[in-house]
Design a protein around this ligand. Sequence first.
Ligand code: NDP
Ligand code: 2IT
Length: 447
Amino acid sequence: MTNKYLLNIYENVKQKDKNEPEFLQAVYEVLNSIEPYVNEHPELEKNGIIERFVEPERVITFRVPWVDDNGKVQVNRGFRVQFNSAIGPYKGGIRLHPSVNLSIMKFLGFEQTLKNSLTGLPMGGGKGGCDFDPRGKSDLEVMRFCQSFMTELFRHIGADTDVPAGDIGTGAREVGYMFGQYKRLKNEWTGVLTGKGLSYGGSIGRTSATGFGLCYFTNKMLNIMKNTSLEGKKVIVSGSGNVGIYAAIKAKELGATVVALSDISGYVYKESGIDLDLAREIKEAKRGVLADYASLDKECEFNPNPKLLWQVKCDVALPCATQNEIDLDDAKALVSNGVIAVAEGANMPCTLDATNYLLENKICFAPAKAANAGGVMVSGFEMSQNSMRLSWTFEEVDQKLKQQMENIFMEVHECAKHYDNMYNTVLGANISGFKKVAAAMLAQGVC
Ligand code: NDP
Ligand code: 2IT
């Protein structure tokens, strides 16, 4: 990065937000890659667009008290970062995980702004969460927590203001409890959350959307950049939650063999392909761990260190667990084992070093904000269906998802080629997402 305007902004963010490493990482990556676009557009500096773009419009933090099954009062810290509303109401998930802090919330909200722009739908960027760990809690504890969380959050959100959804630790159960509490407090039924159950306004196809969309994007990328597809490829997937499980299922449907899958307990490896029905049953229905899978599938190998997944030889790697799960050494191991594509299902799963190494080695790289946009895209469809009081069929949703994921790939690809080279999809995604947000901000004046 040599542009003085961008360098000054980055230095300023570094000073102000020095205790927010994930946020700084995301900001650096974006500012660095939008440089050629900023060089061409002096009006961005004149109008202070980037200064505003890196500053969330609003950050809310709040106390979340709840009572556990032993009658003891517990207190967690809740967040909602309303990052940017230039192109639509704030939109983004709620993460429930002990690691949640302001830095993680801000990086996710910042990335979400660009991702939502890439979907082509009118949604701004936001993210929320809490340092609450749903794992090991009873259903009643999760319900009491969700009700308390929503008792504060409800005053800040709304179908035309801010529409939360799922993320790590927040699935259909949590969305249901939060929706019930919102409805009770506001005395109104609106599509204020997405990822709802099908019996109360959810969109069919939302649960599988992020993972399926990731594979549609990856298939198109392999097709255009390498004249091949997922068919016959060996795939490894990290994380076997909402994104990972459905990415694995779609990869298999498209002809790949998913040879390894991880969760926090370790990873399972099976040359002939993981039994995904069994893995899904254990992870989704029973809320179990992959160590349980290993005890039921005698043909698989189990390694209790999930990080060693990246040493497994594969053609395509789909990191779908969490941020910074692939570091430089992992990227080197993937490349030396002959990987041809890395597609990010999780948000920012590759460190900056790892990303740069993959790009330098001309690996087909699908950056998160483009490749995992399918989830929020179908959330956008859910908002439309709720407003119209209609519900579409799975075929309609899936067809729109596939088409639009392929469109996003083409937009990113053309932009990468225009400003640099076709492998620089990071630049392609960042500039494509940014220019729409910047245009809307310019049009709306200083706000
Ligand atoms: P889930 O909570 O459903 O699943 C997360 C999975 O990752 C779990 O299987 C968890 O293991 C595993 N995991 C967590 N940390 C590690 C680790 N260090 N090594 C290996 N596995 C790990 O979350 P989601 O699937 O919803 O989210 C995953 C990622 O995708 C996040 O980055 C999220 O922001 C992103 N994302 C999610 C979208 C969505 O629609 N849900 C949309 C776009 C992006 P265990 O099961 O043992 O806890
Ligand atoms: O990171 C993400 O895009 C999500 N967690 C989904 C957000 C949404 O609003 O569906």
